[in-house]
Design a protein around this ligand. Structure first.
Ligand SMILES: Cc1cc2nc3c(=O)[nH]c(=O)nc-3n(C[C@H](O)[C@H](O)[C@H](O)COP(=O)(O)OP(=O)(O)OC[C@H]3O[C@@H](n4cnc5c(N)ncnc54)[C@H](O)[C@@H]3O)c2cc1C
Length: 312
């Protein structure tokens, strides 16, 4: 059921922000709407006011600077392939973007919206009547996390596919809030709490995504899912090395925030694996079992290391 009472088409970042400050009974920015509207239909988002950012042209540009590339938050996932600087330097970002949802959805979905899409759980992403009959979980005002068997923390999983790759490349976002622009590493915006997964203030607007350009990244992205299309991640990995031998591994969909490992190409693979697996907190909140998702971490990392010639 769609419940908003007000829909505002913002024409500038400043206007969107000032409208947000006026919406005292709750608002949500909307870009492509492919996450927001589904959550609204399922009764999981009851914001009174929707502030549409999609007509703000300055958020749709891709700019190449000396040391980085700046991708506007409203650039659609399907359009990323049209920029040579992206196809030449960041093929794994394209792969992650192309793994999101389906071709039709990617023509509407934006990269900014993808970074900020809502965490998911099989006990949460259901219709209202389903959730009522199964019992409400922590994320929908219940008392306990059903997926973890009664825990008082919410483990709804972080699912953004592009974020996994972008974090592995140490990308940042440019954020506008309260008349100030800040640059924040993407890995710092996720809280680890499935109920409130973002640390950004509610009124913050993501202007653009900044990826360092001259690090000669080599990167492999992998995604576990039931079908090749329309499926969110059951588990995802991005392994990236740079020209200095720095290694960064990021796991998605195994916890309420990305799991990050920083190392070096000379590090021992088994030690890396142990460090990563001891940090993951997978619960039974997906169509695939916890143990299968955990096993696939090793499989994906082995394959990625081989593709990067880090393992024989
Ligand atoms: C069937 C289906 C399958 C899907 N599969 C996947 C998948 O495989 N992987 C995946 O990652 N996602 C998936 N999605 C979710 C969604 O389509 C994507 O995450 C998409 O990229 C979201 O972008 P959007 O522009 O539509 O975001 P919106 O729905 O418009 O917004 C998402 C969130 O971001 C906020 N937001 C958007 N832009 C800004 C901004 N510039 N500043 C501040 N806040 C902003 C909104 O307020 C909202 O909270 C799927 C969705 C559907 C319906």
């Amino acid at each position: 059921m769609i419940t908003e009472k007000t829909y505002i088409n913002a024409l500038s970042i400043e206007q969107a922000h000032s409208e947000a400050e006026k919406c005292t009974t709750g608002f949500r920015y909307i870009a492509g709407g492919t996450d927001v509207i589904v959550n609204k239909f399922q009764g999981n988002d009851n914001a009174d006011c929707l502030i549409d950012l999609s007509e703000i042209s300055e958020l749709k540009q891709v700019v190449t600077k000396e040391n980085n590339i700046e991708i506007g938050a409203l650039v659609r996932l399907d359009d990323l392939k049209n920029y040579k600087v992206i196809t030449d330097n960041f093929p794994s970002l394209l792969e992650a973007a192309n793994s999101v949802a389906s071709p039709v959805i990617r023509k509407t979905a934006t990269i900014g919206g993808n970074l900020l899409c809502e965490n998911r759980c099989v006990f949460y992403n259901q219709s209202e009547w389903w959730r009522e009959s199964a019992g409400h979980c922590l994320k929908c005002n219940g008392n306990v996390c059903i997926a973890s068997g009664g825990n008082k923390n919410c483990f709804a999983k972080f699912v953004s596919d592009t974020a996994v790759v972008l974090i592995s490349m140490s990308a940042s976002i440019e954020v506008f809030d309260n008349n100030t622009i800040s640059i924040i590493p993407i890995e710092e915006i996720y809280s680890g709490d499935g109920i409130t997964p973002l640390k950004l203030s509610k009124t913050a607007i993501v202007n653009s995504i900044h990826i360092p350009l001259n690090n000669e990244y080599k990167s492999v992205f992998k995604k576990l899912r039931q079908r090749e299309t329309l499926e969110f991640s059951s588990m995802s990995t991005a392994v990236t090395i740079d020209k200095t031998g720095k290694l960064k591994i990021v796991l998605g969909a195994v916890h309420a925030k990305p799991i990050i490992f920083n190392g070096n190409v000379a590090d021992d693979f088994n030690e890396i694996l142990n460090a990563i697996i001891s940090n993951t907190r997978i619960v039974e909140n997906d169509v695939y079992s916890r143990s299968y998702r955990k096993e696939m971490i090793t499989v994906f990392l082995q394959r990625s290391f081989k593709e990067l010639s880090l393992l024989k």
